[in-house]
Design a protein around this ligand. Structure first.
Ligand SMILES: [Zn+2]
Ligand SMILES: [Zn+2]
Length: 248
């Protein structure tokens, strides 16, 4: 469980980078050694980082054992930054979770994704319309909130992995302000944070500006995650100006 004080000041939020992949994620660059990530975070003067490797459906509950291996590596690297060893977990359908709750609860930071629609095992709505995808994503998020398994949503509402439409932003345009506000408030009541995911914000700034605005009005907790797959992305501070430009 990780909670920090609520702030809407980007310069404050970028002190934490809560979405970083190590070499344990197949999609991460081979340079993503734990020791080098931690050194990059210290060099940047970050306060907290979260290591959030992917779980893999065929490696049931493996992220909990992986955490112990990462902790051993961390012992060998003296560091100032606080390191949370978590995972990017999957709710691949409504009320469907890739790992057991005991596995999730063994982690320092449970970053839940609800929209990896490019994965073969991910469930899709029966109807292939932007509205149906929006409703499906909301129902998955609701299931995650009810489960009590999450600390934060990874790239929430993001539709970049929905390949059914010429413009994936048709899906984010299908969410109403009320739906966004209601689900954000519900998660906030259970101390679940909302990610400001760098690639997601870059790909759909009009939506994420709306999301940031609604979240501030509701008073939710936002977490910064650059979704680092290369060392150069570890320093979230380097992206502060870009976040401001895109979100304000
Ligand atoms: Zn993801
Ligand atoms: Zn990720």
């Amino acid at each position: 469980m990780f909670v920090h004080e609520k702030t809407y000041d980007i310069d404050e939020l970028v002190l934490d980078n809560l979405h970083i992949h190590t070499r344990y994620s197949r999609c991460a660059n081979r340079e993503m050694h734990v020791r080098d990530i931690v050194r990059a975070a210290d060099a940047a003067g970050l306060r907290t980082i979260a290591l959030t490797d992917h779980n893999y459906i065929e490696k049931h509950n493996a992220v909990a054992a992986q955490r112990l291996k990462i902790l051993k590596k961390l012992e060998k690297v003296p560091h100032e930054v606080r390191v949370l060893v978590g995972a990017e977990l999957s709710s691949y359908g409504i009320g469907k979770f890739a790992d057991d709750v005991e596995c999730d609860n063994a982690l320092d930071y449970r970053l839940y994704t609800t929209n990896h629609y490019h994965q073969h095992y991910w469930e899709h709505p029966a109807e292939k319309t932007p509205r149906a995808y929006a409703a499906h994503m909301l129902a998955i998020m609701d299931g995650v909130i009810e489960s009590g398994r999450a600390d934060c949503f990874a790239h929430p509402f993001m539709a970049g992995y929905v390949k059914a439409f010429d413009d994936f932003r048709d899906v984010t345009r299908a969410f109403t302000d009320n739906e966004i506000g209601d689900i954000m408030a519900k998660a906030d009541a259970r101390e679940i944070a909302w990610e400001l995911n760098l690639p997601a914000v870059r790909d759909d700034p009009a939506f994420f500006r709306r999301y940031f605005h609604i979240g501030r009005e509701v008073g939710v907790c936002f977490n910064i995650g650059t979704d680092a797959h290369v060392l150069e992305r570890v320093n979230a501070k380097a992206f502060a100006e870009e976040y401001k430009q895109l979100l304000y």
